[in-house]
Ligand binder design. Structure first.
Ligand code: KET
Length: 452
């Protein structure tokens, strides 16, 4: 049986290679042993072990696994500071008021249907998302040089962008910060890119290792892809200043490095959507090309709706059109087309001036509550005379504090205090409330005075 072009080893894209491997497997020689072993397999029922019996138990995800462990804990004082998900002062998940209003509008509109969206998703959502991240007056949007596709939240946008680059960009190496969100290396490796790191965080200063960052990006091969956290770096809470961003931009442009921004926290760093988008807009302003993955999980509280967008800013409108045509070829065999509900909510809010303003107020309130949690935790440690410098708690930006606690200390806090957090010592400030600050401060005080 003839296999088609997908099986040729010269196919370069990772998904072509995967399809090729699958086809080779399905059409491989028909030797009797092989056939009988397939047909005698336990999938047909009856005696014999499972064809999956050899599988080892995979570990839980380093972040989402924390919630699983938390859910199993019967303790009434348990506290989940693992996943970056916003909680109210009462410790409850929050559905924004504007989101409720938008959903009501959608339900009231009887003309709405459930047809498939186009492969690129909800077109109005795409336009509004590009405007939100690049700015209403963006030259790139005005010149039709931006292509935006709706994807499955930030993760999906990164994955689609990664696969697009692996297929069509001349450099296959992506540099990610050290440390970074734990899913980044997995997403880009599976997208077919090779992952390297650049220095980012200096544990001794609990700040940016700017020199190391410049050296590593300066030493990266011409044209390499560089993953940049647009704001509120996860897990460190350490962002470059605008002056440092300008230096990063100059260096990257001089070496033809391709920026791939991950914007999962727009509005959460400063409380302002425009301020948090500044680094991206600086790169757009120089006329060069870049990718941006946007997530509405945190800033609109749409976590489980899986709403996000991938924008690719190109140098010319005709290129952007061809890029979009190729993005469709990445998306169609992956999930065909994206879901309709979450993107519709976002479109309702972004298109309506009043709802938009209401959203910015709710977003600012979330950001402010996190900042107030930072102050309260810092004060609580000071009041306890906890040894060490804890000023990074109030200096760091966004949802997380990178405490500096080690895995042994974290595990002690979980065991003795029922406080759940990732083993790298990251705590989600958004999961904290005035009521739970003393409990956390007691736990931190106990572990740092115990010399674990
Ligand atoms: N980028 C970053 C930097 C990030 O922290 C997250 C999520 C995402 C992208 C993806 O989010 P999405 O829900 O796909 O839009 N981070 C939190 C949740 C998680 O790990 O999935 C977290 O770090 O807790």
């Amino acid at each position: 049986m003839k296999t088609n072009d997908f099986s040729s080893s010269s196919s370069s894209s990772p998904s072509d290679r995967r399809i090729g491997a699958l086809l080779r497997h399905l059409t491989a020689g028909t030797d009797a042993d092989r056939v009988s072993s397939v047909f005698a397999s336990p999938t047909s029922g009856g005696a014999g072990g499972s064809v999956f019996a050899h599988l080892v138990q995979a570990p839980e995800d380093a972040i989402l696994g924390v919630t699983i462990a938390y859910n199993k804990d019967p303790s009434p004082i348990k506290l989940n500071l693992g996943v970056g998900a916003y909680r109210t002062e009462e410790g409850k998940p929050l559905v924004l008021n504007v989101v409720r209003k938008a959903e009501q509008q959608l339900i009231n509109d009887r003309s709405r249907i459930k047809e498939y969206l186009p492969i690129v998703g909800l077109v109005e959502f795409n336009k509004l998302s590009a405007k939100l991240i690049l700015g209403a007056d963006s030259p790139a949007i005005r010149e039709n040089r931006v292509t935006t596709v709706e994807c499955l939240s930030g993760t999906g946008s990164l994955r689609v962008g990664g696969e697009f680059l692996a297929r069509h960009y001349h450099q296959k190496t992506i540099y990610i910060p050290q440390p970074t969100w734990g899913n980044h290396p997995k997403i880009f490796t599976l997208a077919g890119l090779s992952v390297k790191t650049y220095r980012y965080y200096d544990p001794s200063t609990r700040g940016l290792n700017f020199q190391g960052l410049l050296e590593d990006l300066g030493a990266a091969p011409q044209g390499s892809i560089v993953l940049l956290h647009a704001c509120a770096h996860n897990p460190t809470g350490v962002d470059p200043t605008l002056e440092q961003w300008e230096q990063i931009r100059k260096l990257m442009r001089s070496k033809g490095l391709m920026p791939f921004f991950d914007s999962a926290y727009q509005g959460f760093a400063s409380g302002s959507l425009d301020t948090d988008a500044k680094p991206i807009r600086m790169f757009v302003a120089d006329g060069g090309e870049l990718l941006v993955a946007q997530s509405y999980a945190k800033n609109m509280g749409l976590y489980g709706e899986r709403v996000g967008a991938l924008s690719i800013v190109c140098k010319a409108a005709d290129v952007a059109g061809r890029v979009e045509s190729q993005l469709k070829l990445v998306i169609r065999p992956m999930y065909s087309n994206p879901p309709i509900h979450g993107a519709s909510i976002v479109a309702v809010i972004l298109r309506d001036k009043n709802l938009f303003n209401e959203w910015t107020l709710e977003l600012k309130a979330m950001a402010d509550r996190i900042i107030s949690m930072r102050k309260q935790l810092f004060e609580a440690l000071r009041a306890r005379g906890t040894p060490g410098d804890w000023t990074h708690i109030i200096k760091q930006i966004g949802m997380f504090t990178f405490t500096g606690l080690n895995p042994a200390q974290v595990s002690y806090m979980t065991k003795e205090y029922h406080i759940y957090m990732t083993s790298d010592g990251r705590i989600s400030m958004a999961g904290l409330s005035s009521k739970t600050v003393p409990h956390l401060a007691d736990a931190i005080h106990a572990v740092v005075t115990k010399a674990l």
